[in-house]
Design a protein around this ligand. Structure first.
Ligand code: SF4
Ligand code: SF4
Length: 421
């Protein structure tokens, strides 16, 4: 057995926890999860059936934990996991799964397929079967602090532009501020209007906030590639930044997997509870609005819809807040036929968009979002994840659909009462 395969096998064995055992032993092989997955529906290829993507871990579980698997192994009747299996599943898992969790919603016996797929990624990453784009992004995250290689100087340059445009000071390293705002690389480089929106909203609402020069990056490549040691290392930077500045709450930005990492998986990854709270920016905006601190006026008249980022809405539970916020500033808000926790993924989550090899498949998967949009005939798409936004911009361009996409925080900032005075 090669050293690479051994590493993969050992890591997969270590992933078999009570949940995985329960899930594998309760799967009734009904195949219902297939119809929930956009990589299956848009390709018709049965290899993209969600539970099939977990096969490397299933094989190991079968051999180690089932009577027939153990017997088969002893008698040499079953085929153990090979390097060829790992090579095949690398493409199926990294290119053909955005970790959207839609399959987990439909399974009649409650199997969280996405949870198992993430564990398969741990085995693939440990045996070096991961796509180049994600490996490089992860290296940059570890060495530079950001998967896109963004250094503090680049952020400071964007901050200078925002300060010049708004006349507002963007607070940095303010000890004792109530909130620490995190940013995603894509917001810093592609959508700095998010930083501007934060500054304007927080000024109006009187929120005490800061950025942290040691911990401004929210994205977590360790989670995407399936390396929990790196995921923990990246999270520790945020925790150290929040503790150093003694903030009460950390704000997760408009980025889906960043929210999953910092809000839900964080304490498990680092092995201890936080001494601060974590909220998503939409939760905070909703709270500020409900308490009367955030005041908006005027309504968008364009027919617009909301694309639910999977990790924020389906996996993260922030479903009602974006709707309340949108209703307050848009008179023509329409829902997609399947919306909220059952909305379809943009196709680029879970690291798929960082994996160039997956581009063709991702654009095929986007056809699902295209059909949802074709039905609606909207003039604007609103979302709350910079990655969804970029992936959808590319999909719309490829399909010659001229529909602008904006972030919800920016839409709210456009309607601040102070702007209307
Ligand atoms: S829907 Fe659930 S039970 Fe059916 S095949 Fe998929 S994982 Fe197994
Ligand atoms: S998590 Fe999403 S993309 Fe992955 S298998 Fe399930 S439905 Fe498909």
């Amino acid at each position: 057995m090669s050293e690479r395969l051994e590493r993969g096998l050992n890591t997969l064995r270590a992933q078999i926890d009570p949940e995985v055992k329960a899930y594998f032993s309760s799967c009734v092989h009904c195949g219902i999860c297939a119809e929930a997955c956009l990589f299956y529906t848009e390709t018709g290829d049965p290899r993209y059936t969600p539970i099939y993507k977990t096969e490397p871990l299933h094989k190991v579980w079968q051999e180690e934990y089932t009577f027939w698997g153990k017997l088969g192994k002893k008698l040499g009747l079953t085929k153990s996991l090979t390097e060829a299996d790992l090579a095949n599943w690398e493409e199926l898992v990294y290119d053909g799964c955005s970790m959207c969790g839609r399959c987990s919603m439909v399974c009649p016996v409650g199997i969280d397929v996405a949870y198992i797929i993430r564990k398969v990624k741990e085995g693939l990453a440990a045996s070096d079967y991961s796509p180049e784009g994600l490996v490089e992004a992860t290296q940059r995250a570890v060495e530079i602090g950001s998967p896109m290689g963004i250094r503090l100087k680049a952020l400071q340059a964007q901050i200078r532009h925002v300060e010049a445009d708004t006349g507002l000071k963007i607070p940095m390293d303010v000890e004792g501020a109530e909130y620490l705002a995190l940013l995603s690389s894509m917001e810093i480089i592609n959508f700095p209007e998010y930083i501007e929106a934060l500054a304007r909203i927080f000024k109006q609402a009187g929120v005490s906030w800061t950025l942290c020069s040691d911990a401004f990056e929210a994205t977590n490549s360790g989670l995407q590639i399936g390396n929990s040691i790196i995921a923990a290392q990246l999270l520790e930077r945020v925790v150290a930044g929040a503790e150093k500045l003694k903030v009460k709450t950390v704000i997760s930005p408009e980025c889906g997997h960043a929210f999953a990492a910092i809000r839900w998986d964080g304490p498990n990854f680092i092995g201890r509870p936080y001494n601060f709270k974590v909220v998503h920016i939409l939760e905070l905006l909703d709270e500020l609005q409900q308490s009367g601190r955030l005041k908006t006026s005027g309504m968008e008249t364009a027919r617009l819809t909301f694309h639910d980022p999977c990790q924020i809405v389906r996996r993260g539970g922030v479903e009602a807040q974006p709707r309340r916020l949108l209703e307050s500033v848009a008179e023509n808000f329409v829902e997609m036929t399947e919306h909220g926790r059952m909305n379809w993924c943009c196709g680029g989550g879970g690291g798929v968009s960082a994996n160039e090899r997956a581009e063709g498949l991702r654009l095929k998967a986007f056809k699902r979002k295209k059909s949802q949009l074709d039905e609606l005939k909207v003039e604007t798409i609103v979302t709350a994840c910079a990655n969804c936004r970029l992936v959808m911009e590319e999909g719309l361009e490829e399909n010659e659909m001229d529909i602008p996409i904006v972030g919800l925080t920016e839409v709210i900032a456009e309607h601040l009462v102070e702007d209307k005075q």
